[in-house]
Design a protein. Structure first.
Length: 204
């Protein structure tokens, strides 16, 4: 395996939904709204390659869903952008699968569970990318010797700064957050704290 794909998703939320685990009566289903991804070469100098950025039109159990004002402030994605660029979920996932090809897919955490899976469940479709292809990049940091308590405090939009790398221009943007995580993995590969073989497989 000569390259992997690092991805990040944004899904619907209200300001305090995470603290309630989306159990409040007005909390939206955490439906997928954006997938951002970038290729990462596993050969020195571990360069970032082609990118993927896709807006998904969220459709809930009762039809199309308008994002909350909080979600728009957080991500910069508003209803107008969704109307202009949003793809049906199935098409967006097929495009993502085509971009990924056979490469392993890494995200900070388990975006395939927190963002892709709920949207697929509500839509009644099966993800074109099987679960075993996805991996949690936090496990790679643990392998690289980063203390567990430090890993627990990191987030994808802050991870670059933790390693002394310049932050991406926008936080809570799928592509920007994917690039941040990919740059950190490239940094750890270049320092020899990770081997290419560590990243070349997700481990299921």
């Amino acid at each position: 395996m000569r390259e992997v794909v690092v991805f990040d998703c944004e899904h619907l939320t209200n300001e305090t939904s995470p603290s309630r685990f989306w159990c409040g009566p007005d909390d939206p289903d955490p439906l997928l709204v954006q997938i951002g991804a970038v290729r990462l070469s596993l050969e020195a100098p571990f360069a970032l390659g082609d990118s993927f950025d896709c807006i998904v039109a969220p459709v809930g159990r009762d039809g199309p869903v308008t994002p909350s004002d909080f979600f728009t402030r957080l991500t910069g994605i508003d209803a107008a952008r969704i109307a202009r660029e949003g793809l049906p979920l199935a098409e967006a996932l097929e495009r993502f699968a085509a971009f990924a090809g056979d490469a392993p897919l890494w995200s900070w955490g388990k975006d395939e569970i927190t963002s892709i899976a709920p949207a697929c469940f509500v839509a009644g479709i099966v993800s074109p990318v099987p679960a075993a292809r996805f991996g949690n990049a936090a496990a790679l940091l643990l392998k690289a010797g980063v203390p567990l308590e430090t890993i627990h405090g990191l987030r994808s939009h802050r991870i670059a700064a933790h390693f002394g790398l310049s932050p991406e221009a926008q936080a809570h943007d799928g592509l920007a957050d994917a690039r941040a995580v990919a740059r950190v993995l490239a940094h750890l590969l270049a320092e020899g704290r990770l081997a290419a073989s560590d990243v070349a497989r997700t481990g299921g």
